[in-house]
Structure formats: C-alpha cells, structure tokens
Design a protein around this ligand. Structure first.
Ligand code: NAD
Length: 497
C-alpha cells in the first residue's frame, strides 16, 4: 500500500515513527494509502531545517521571492487537473467544486505575487528637526500551519503563499485524512525554484501538533479546524509565547425575508447547504424563514433536496459527493436521528443512502428539517454534513437576535429586496463575514477571511492585509544624521522639537 511520507528540505523523507494513519477514497470506502504520523523528533528536525533556510530566504529581495511565487502560480494552473483529482480522491467532493476550491487558493498565490508592493513601509520626513522616521515589516522566522480535512489545498494556501512571500519559512501539518495534496504542492514549490527548507510538510496527528506548539523556534501558528481544537491551539500557542490565529467551527444562517427573490434564495441555499456535502465552514446550515415565507420556502427546498444527485466526485453528473470518512458519516447520521428525537420535522431524509456499485462509499443524501428551534442541539451544534435546518421567526429583529445569540459567528447571509433591511443587517449583525443576496460570502484573497465569536480565536483573519500583518513584525526606526555638531546626552523623555 502507498505510504505518504513527510516533505522536508526539498524532498520526501521517511519519518522516524512507526505510527501510521489510514487514508480512504470516500467514494468507494476503500483504504487507498497510509500516511506516516510524525514523532516529536521528526517535527523538531524539520524546524531545524526551516530555521537554517530562514537565514538566507529572509534576506532575498521581495521581488525575487515574488518571482518564485509567480512561477508557482503557473505550475498550479498547469497541474490543476492533477491537484483537483487528488482532492476528489481523498476528500470526496465533486470535481468542479474541488477545482473551484483550488482556484480560491490560487487567488491567494496571485495576491502574494504583489509582495514587493504589499511590504512597502511608511516614511515620515522631519518628524523633528532633521529627524526622519520609518516603519518596516520584517518576517517572523519559522511559522507553522495546521489545517483541516475539508479544504486540503485551499486552506493551506490561505497561509503559506503569504507567509513565505513575507520571508518566513513554513512547516505545514495538513489533515491526516487527506494529506496528498500538501505533498504535491510542496513538490511544485520546489519546481518553481523555492530553496530547500523554505516550505516543509510534516504529516501527523495530535503528537505533531503538540510538538509544533511546544517548539520554541516556531514563532507563529495559523490554525483552521474545529472550535475545541482552535481554542486549544490558541491557549497553548499563547502559553508558549507564539503569535496565533485559530479559526474554528461555524453554524451559519441564511435569512429569507418575505420580500426576497425566493428562487434566488432557494438556489443559493441548495448550493450553500449541500455543496461539498455541507463540509464547509461557510456552509449555510440554518435557513431563517421570516414572516409567512416558511411554507413556500420548505416546499421549494424539499423538492430540490429530494432531487439532489448524490454520487462519486469524479462522476460529472454528481452534485454532491460522499462524506470524508465512515466515522464522519456515522456522526452526521446520528445528528439526523437526534433531530427527529428532539421533535424537529424531518421533511427530507437522506439517511441510509446506498449507491449501486459504490455500496461501501460514505454517502448520505441531503436532509431537510423544518420547525427547528433554538434550544435543539441540531440548531446549536455544528453538524458539518448535508443537513439544512429551517427555523421560523416572525420578524427581522427576531432573526437578527437569533443569529447574534449564537455562539458561532463565521458567515451569514440575508436575501431581501429591502435596502434598509440589508444595510441594517450588515451593520448590526455579530458575524465576521456577511452576504446580501449572496449565499456564501467568502472574501476574496485581497480582503481577509475570518469569523467572530467562537469561530475565531486570536485577533487576525487569514490572507489580505491581515495575513501580511500576521506574518510580519513591525519595526519603526527614528533617525537623525548630525551635521557635525554632537549633542550632549539627554536624560529626559525625548520629545520632537
Ligand atoms: P479538526 O479540528 O478535527 O482538525 C484540524 C487539525 O487539527 C488537523 O490537522 C488535525 O490533525 C488536528 N487535530 C485534530 N485533533 C487534534 C487534537 N486533539 N489535538 C491537536 N490537534 C488536533 O477539524 P477537521 O475535522 O479536520 O475540519 C473540520 C472543522 O474545521 C469544522 O469544524 C469546520 O468548521 C472547521 N473549519 C473552519 C474554517 C474556518 O475558516 N473557520 C475553515 C475550514 C474548516
């Protein structure tokens, strides 16, 4: 069986540990490979390599770093079919969706190509007589990224293109459920001319993550994953004096106002709730029906959810693929069981779906609940599967309160034709990413991605200028060049004269 190893110092290297994880093809349910799980010493050795590479990489002019990133961009485009197939084969999502996620990652690479401009500092002439002051941003050193299974290319690409463009060196610890894409990206970076040791991939589980958190030479940690682990990463990075950004889970609401374009809202909800089998942190898993729109909304949604074409990701006609693992399928199924027990009305039941020829694949059909309320666990908790809950409320204010009271605050949307409602919503809602008549409001690479409340720990989002700031530290220089006359020492707080 194929064994996926680590990538360190420009090449694939075998790890020292015998511990291995299993990687499945979710479409067939078959195990397709094993992945080496790193020991602490594997991680520490990779950090030593990255530390050495930093000495040279950080001194390269930003323009030279940008040229390598640009070459990498071209290689991603050239190899996009292969990368997309790798995503499909280990994650399960459908081909076009996987390709779209790769494009969203590519956009961050494109953003990072502008690094000479993005790193330009600030300069003030004559802040005091003959005194100038300027600010520059310098790289941190070795930085690490720990990423989830649901976007094996895009989420790492939210991080490393900007980190390395800023002059840092990088250790990526991808999800052990779908690690192949990360290794292929590392190979492409090498092909693009990235010096050995600048980008390294260490596969692993909690042991590798704890080794990252405790290694004193790692200066910053970027994390994306579930909320309990995000909180753990945040607390332990801070304890070990590291800069940290830790993005967590979500429960996103899409508000359907009575005046909206209902076809637009229903189509938006279908893609946002069932696309990628609901395994997206920006999935819309709650539809909030305002006023008397509920019956019509549920009727239209149910017809479409029943007609959803579920199948293997490589089948061009599939709209939704399988879930990532058998365990995850069992978890999502048990949430549907729970919703029934809690008294929600299961309008469309996708449980127990078996596909001919793919009987062992991890499939579940789209599920739709009506009459969900805020006290139910299926409303409060992240299910991370193709399960859409409809909550009915009387007013816009009630919808906004429901959302603001929720522990998560990643993404949210409103469908309405009322500009006042849309504007008030965008201004008052306690959520980091807001859509108005847009179902999945994922910011572009040159803006920043990040939720509020328990969807993000730390104070910075990913990519855009937040990314540049996260991966650099600010230095401000104040200088005077005396013109012959030396001044005497001053012992009072300096003020500019
Ligand atoms: P996860 O938290 O289980 O795993 C994420 C990473 O943490 C993986 O690399 C994993 O190896 C590691 N990890 C897992 N358990 C650990 C432990 N006990 N100690 C230390 N490290 C551990 O998340 P997942 O299941 O891979 O991904 C799905 C989750 O990610 C969902 O909750 C989803 O909402 C979230 N997510 C959030 C965003 C966002 O931007 N907010 C984006 C994508 C995914």
């Amino acid at each position: 069986m194929k064994l996926i190893e680590h990538f360190v110092n420009g090449k694939i290297i075998p790890g020292s540990s015998d511990k291995k994880g299993k990687v499945f093809n979710p479409a067939t349910g078959e195990q397709v490979s094993e992945v080496r799980l790193a020991s602490r010493s594997d991680l520490d050795s990779a950090v030593e390599v990255a530390k050495k590479a930093f000495e040279i990489w950080s001194l390269k002019p930003a323009l030279q770093r940008a040229r390598i990133i640009f070459k990498f961009k071209e290689l991603i485009e050239k190899n996009s079919d292969e990368l997309t197939k790798l995503i499909v084969s280990e994650h399960g999502k459908v081909y076009e969706d996987a390709r779209g996620s790769l494009t969203r990652g590519l956009e961050v690479v494109e953003f990072a190509c502008g690094i000479p401009h993005l790193l330009k500092g600030e300069f003030s002439e004559n802040v005091g007589t003959n005194v100038d002051s300027w600010s520059i941003r310098q790289p941190l050193g070795v930085v690490a990224g720990i990423t989830p299974f649901n976007f094996p290319a895009m989420v790492p690409m939210w991080m490393f293109p900007i980190a390395i463009a800023c002059g840092n060196t990088f250790i990526l610890k991808p999800s052990e459920k779908d690690p192949s894409c990360a290794i292929r990206l590392a190979e492409l970076l090498s092909e693009a001319g990235l010096p050995d040791g600048v980008f390294n991939v260490i596969n692993g589980d909690k042991e590798a993550v704890d080794a990252i958190l405790e290694n004193k030479d790692i200066k910053a940690v970027s994390f994306v994953g579930s909320t309990p682990i995000a909180k753990y990463i945040y607390e332990n990075s801070a304890k070990n004096e590291k800069r940290v950004q830790a993005l967590g889970g979500a429960k996103n609401h899409l508000v359907v106002m009575p005046d909206c374009d209902l076809d637009g809202a229903v189509n938006g909800l279908m893609g946002a709730a069932y696309g990628s089998a609901g395994e997206r942190c920006m999935a819309q898993s709650v539809a909030v029906a305002v006023g008397d729109i509920g019956d019509e909304l549920v009727s239209r949604l149910s017809k479409k959810a029943e007609a959803l074409k579920v199948g293997p990701g490589m089948d061009k006609t599939s709209e939704m693929g399988p879930l990532v693992t058998k365990e995850h399928l069992e978890k999502v199924t048990s949430y549907v069981d729970l919703g029934v027990k809690e008294g929600a009305k299961l309008v469309v039941d996708g449980r127990g779906l078996k596909l001919q020829g793919y009987e062992n694949g991890f499939y579940i059909g789209g599920c739709l609940f009506d009459h969900v309320n805020k006290d139910m666990r299926i409303y409060k908790e992240e299910i991370f599967g193709p399960v859409l809950s409809v909550v009915r409320v009387k007013t816009f204010e009630e919808a906004a309160k429901l959302i603001n009271d929720h522990e998560y605050g990643n993404g949210v949307s409103i469908y309405t034709r009322d500009g006042d409602a849309g504007r008030t919503f965008a201004s008052k809602i306690q959520v980091g990413m807001v859509g108005i008549n847009v179902p999945i409001p994922v910011p572009m690479a040159f803006h920043s991605f990040g939720g509020w409340k328990r969807s993000l720990f730390g104070d910075s989002g990913m990519h855009g200028m937040e990314g540049i700031k996260f991966y650099t530290k600010l230095k401000t220089v104040t200088s005077r060049w005396p013109s012959g006359v030396r001044s005497n020492a001053e012992f009072v707080m300096p003020t500019m004269k």
